[in-house]
Each structure stands twice: as structure tokens, then as C-alpha cells.
Design a protein around this ligand. Sequence first.
Ligand SMILES: Cc1cc2nc3c(=O)[nH]c(=O)nc-3n(C[C@H](O)[C@H](O)[C@H](O)COP(=O)(O)OP(=O)(O)OC[C@H]3O[C@@H](n4cnc5c(N)ncnc54)[C@H](O)[C@@H]3O)c2cc1C
Length: 366
Amino acid sequence: MTVVVVGAGMAGLVAAARLRELGVDAVVREKGTRPGGSMLLSSGVIWRHREWGDFRRECAGGDERLQRLIWERLDDSLEWLVSAGAVPVQDTTENPRTVGNRFDPRLLTEALVRKGGVEGYPSSAGGLPLQHSGAGILCTGGFAASPDLVARYIRPAAPLRLRGNPWSTGDGLVHGLEGGAAVTSGMDEFYGRNMADAAWGEDDFVPASQLYARFARIFDERGEEFFARRDVSWSETNVVQATARRPGARAYYLLDDDALDQTVTYGKVADVVARAPATARVPLDELPFEAPPATRAAVRVVAAITHTMGGLRVDERARVLREDGAPVEGLYAAGVDVGGVATGGYTSGLAQALVLGLVAAESAAA
Ligand SMILES: Cc1cc2nc3c(=O)[nH]c(=O)nc-3n(C[C@H](O)[C@H](O)[C@H](O)COP(=O)(O)OP(=O)(O)OC[C@H]3O[C@@H](n4cnc5c(N)ncnc54)[C@H](O)[C@@H]3O)c2cc1C
């Protein structure tokens, strides 16, 4: 039996590596010009919530069975990843709410390519449609890079800028739907960041992220304060999704002295602001509305999408399901092609890809 794995990002390479380990012939197809998908561009932190209750509470709209599977299997899966040749560079996430490991994304990709192997890239058709009688595992990374699908399901106020690989255009989703698959909750949700409103490329995805909304006052271009800082979630995903629905998918973060003095993931807020491109740092007298009196700095941000949170419905064996709950024969999905894990909140896409990649491979092999 040959299993076709479509997509050589995190989920696809993990699935292929596990299939080979189980003695099953695997063919990995990649449509991009390089393997690694968004994993290669990521910060490399593979994590789960420390407490199961926090995960459930934060992602209350998600599928509890899948959440439980990922939460329970992640620690063993990380051990598997190390056995596959990946070396963690840090054994903490530096976030007290979560546990996991940080990997160098380039070395992680190289280790998985060595174990998983990739054939047939780049090819415009990728691995789809699947035209063989064996099993197929969809690992195409969701539909963030398809402006049409993003507009259809997420309905932002303006086209969302991309903060992920350019090849995840929903091929897995479309293939699944054509085969009768059902979609999950959260089709209108996404993970992304509010980025400095300036030109940026892949190398800027992390440094241009403005991750201090919880200390800012947040206005849209019309001068409406549309999001209260006390409501900003720790991952700031909720304010990004709200920004996507404001005019131009833009917001202004207004900062007073106290806000500028706070420390966040990438240093002091004042330093993060100082590093933002000049075009995004708006002089107060050039704002399109009047700033509150204590404001010392203003940064214009734009919502950017990394990956979608809704997608194909699968069961705990990563089998793609129809509306009536029956599996689509021979079809599996992993990574963020699978939806309904983080609905309502945010959880690690790399963890979802790692665990579901292993599960899909084990199911297909069985
Ligand atoms: C800047 C940045 C920072 C991030 N930091 C983190 C982090 O620290 N922790 C975390 O958990 N997550 C992080 N993420 C998110 C994480 O990278 C993704 O959630 C994860 O890579 C999803 O894995 P995947 O296998 O589903 O998709 P990907 O890794 O994106 O792989 C999908 C692959 O499918 C390929 N493909 C698409 N269509 C086809 C087709 N038709 N045929 C063949 N191949 C196809 C794509 O080219 C790609 O290689 C970050 C992402 C970015 C961009």
C-alpha cells in the first residue's frame, strides 16, 4: 500500500516520517518551492495549555474529543519528535499558562525532511486531486493564502494580508468538500497578528508583530474605540479578528506613558514601538481623529492572517467525516486542514500538526 501525503509542512512531514517508521510506503507531494510550509517561518514553539480546564474554557467552541487527543498526546509526541532527530533549543515556552518546547524552525524542518522525505515538488497541481486507490492524508495548511476563501468564510472588512506561507490556498478543504466532507465550527475564525502597517516580507513576520494591545487603547480609522484593552486575550487573537472587521482591516494602538513602560514578549513596549517601521508610527497630529489627552505614541496596525481555524471535520483517528458522521473512505487530514480545535480561542498550530500528523499516519497504516 502507498499512502499519498499532500503537503510537506509540519503535519505532512510528521505523517510521512511516521508512515515510513511503521513500514508503510509514503509519497509526499509539495506544491511550494520548498518544504516546511509555515512551520519554517514560525517561532517554533510547540505547546499545549498547562491545564486542561484552561484549554476547554478558552477554546469552548472547539471539538472536545480532538482537544483531549491533542492535549493528552502532545508530550509523547514531542518525545517522538526528538527521537526523529529534532533537537529542542528550549524546554519551556516562557508562558506560565502553557508547556512545551521551542525548536529552531529551520533545523526542525531539516530533521523532518530527512525522516519524511519529499518527492514531486514544486508542482502546480501539488498532490491533488488524489488519483490512486490507497489512502491520502491532506496536510495543505488551511486556506489563509486564498483571498477568495478568506472573503467567503471570514468576511473581513478588507483583504487580509498574509503572514504565512503563500501556498496554503485551501486545496485540502476544496478536495475534502468535493469528496463529501463536512466542515467544522469556527470557519470565520483565524490565527494571526496585528502587524505594523508597512511593507513586510517573510523575515518580518515575527519582528513586525505588534503584541501589546492589552496595554493600548484601540481605535479604528473612524475614531471609534472598538475594543477594550481589558478584553484582549493573552494571545491577542481576539483583537486581531476584531480588527479584521474594521474599515481597511486596520486599527490604531494609542499608548500612554504607562503602556510604553510595560514589558512584553519582545521587550519593552517603547522599544517595540521604536523598532516599528516609521510609516506605521503615526504622529499624533496626523491621526484621523483626536487622540485622548494622555496619548504619547500611536501605531497603525493591520490584521494579518497566519492560518485558518475552521476546516475539515475529522474524528479521533483523523478520518475525514461527512455531515452524517460517516468517514470519507481512505481520506485523512492533519494540521490546520483540520478545523474546530481552537474555536473561540487559540492553541498551538504546530502541536495540532504534530499530534494529528502522527494519528493520521497510524490510522492510515492500520
Ligand atoms: C511567523 C509565524 C510564527 C508562528 N509561530 C508559531 C509558534 O511559535 N507556535 C505554533 O504552534 N505555531 C506557530 N505558527 C503557526 C504554525 O506554523 C502552523 O500552525 C503550522 O505550520 C501548521 O502546520 P500544517 O502542516 O498544517 O501547515 P504548514 O506547515 O503550513 O504546511 C502546509 C504545506 O502544504 C503545502 N501545500 C498546500 N497546498 C498543497 C497542494 N495542493 N499540494 C501539495 N502541497 C500543498 C504548503 O506549501 C505547505 O508546505 C507560526 C506561523 C508563522 C507564519
